[in-house]
Design a protein around this ligand. Sequence first.
Ligand code: UDP
Length: 243
Amino acid sequence: MKTLLRKLAEGKTKIVYASSVEDEVLLKFKDDVTALDGKKHDILPGKGVINAGVSAKIFSLLRRRGIPTHFIGMVDSSTMRVKKLNMIPVEVVCRNIAAGHLVKNYPFFKKGEKLKTPLIEFYLKNDLFHDPLLSEEHLKVFGLMSKKEINEIKKITLKVNKVLSSFMQKLGLQLVDFKLEFGRDKNGKLRVGDELNIDCMRLWDLKTGKSMDKDVYREGADLDKVLQTYVQTYKLIVGKEPK
Ligand code: UDP
């Protein structure tokens, strides 16, 4: 970006900048890749462009399907223009197939087993406390979400799951699970915020079962292989080479 922008916040993989437009902010995607609550960290040159491009494609798809999101457009290939939201510090996970935490923490499923119905879970967004699981009672008593908001968030999450699952299926990918974050806009309306890309969903190749997402990094592949996977998934989802 050419002009000097005022930084509002910086996270592990994104920077939030102020915008000259009221009620908007800019989200710049960095080339950093992290896992294990930030303990594993590397730089993958080009990842910012890949994750911004995939997010833009998916947010546009959701917007077309009437799902409220923060996405407005792109400023450059690694920066999105988004509505300013008051973010709720909760990660909403939706699962179709057993993997990750579900297999590690419960004795009910083997990795790859299809769940009878999609499972929605809530986690507190807090690396220091390792993102503890939250019940709906926790959400209400801790003042994180009202009962009405919980119901609305569950409804939106299931709709995102339907739209995304069928989009990925057409590309030869299975949507195993994904994570959403929500915020309230200036009118108090709930919108899907943050990012929606290879870092926050599990995608398995329908034919080979191969991971096409951040699990490749989590599981310790060398960085060339990780970048190759990000580029392949980008090409499938966006339909062109990342630039
Ligand atoms: N996820 C995420 N951020 C987190 C934790 C999970 O984006 O801090 C995503 C993850 O990529 C996966 C889904 O949420 O698609 C479920 O992840 P899980 O709870 O199994 O945790 P993991 O074992 O991946 O840490």
